[in-house]
Design a protein around this ligand. Sequence first.
Ligand SMILES: [Zn+2]
Length: 328
Amino acid sequence: MPSNEPAFVVDLTRSSSLLLPALFLLGLLVGSFLNVVIARVPHGQSIVRPGSRCPRCGHVLSWYENLPLLSWALLRGRCRSCRAPISIRYPAVELLTGLLFLAAAWAFGPGWLLLRALLLVGFLVPLALIDLEHWIVPVGVTVLGTAAGLASAVPLGWERLQESAIGAAAGFLVFWALERVSLLLVVKVIRPPLRALRGALARMSGAEPPEREPDPTEALGAGDKWLLLLVGSYLGWRPLFGVFLLSALQGAVVGSVLLALHGRAGTTAPPPGSPATEDGWTPEATALPFGPWIALAALELGLAGPWLAETFASPLVSLVTGQPWVQP
Ligand SMILES: [Zn+2]
């Protein structure tokens, strides 16, 4: 989030003492709602009705089985009715959202910038997790998030609104163009070493090296441009280069580690019944969903960008964070 303030000072006194715990609790509750979004949006189900129920036995959850973190811990991760295990993803998303809300409160203090940071978290967390599991980016959610990003820039003045609109357009168009270029980049530059590594690992373990698979162009993420539309509307255009750089770097490093450890760069193939598998597409082992890496980089630069630029003031850090370089 570009800041017009000349310097970023970590000054907890400007946040009332209640702000941080209140925002953490709010984050837990919002995270509980985001769990519903993550579970239902990929299947085209309503996020309002019906209320939460056990996917196995249909047991309708009462309010005390819906408390963030607490219920999962008290029920020891099992349905109260049929004892079916409840995924650790539920408390994990709640805790993650709580911590990100806390980080936003710490970074911005009360005000419109905080509200925008919370909106960014609230849209990126479900988008990242849906892409991670289903390898899709729901366009409707990104458009809604972009509208909120633009609308929440209005009270900050014309300049910030302009910055948001240019950021959204630039993010979308650059990634639309990158989809074309990345056909070359990913297929010719990034995939071959990953594939070579995979072949070498297969040979070391005595298995047959995997035969060359056709390059699935769908894996280049038609959804990423929609994600960048959203990110640009919050961060403006300045940090977009850094978002791309960090997401590619972090994705490549973690993807290589996962490939070496698990034989897959991405998490897992989309589950059966996911929209991504409707046309019979399965990602090859070297493919990884890029959306979560864009979301991670956007959150890093959106929440910690001003702090990074202030603490490690240098032209390079300013280039990556998109924040003004304040000479000490
Ligand atoms: Zn149950």
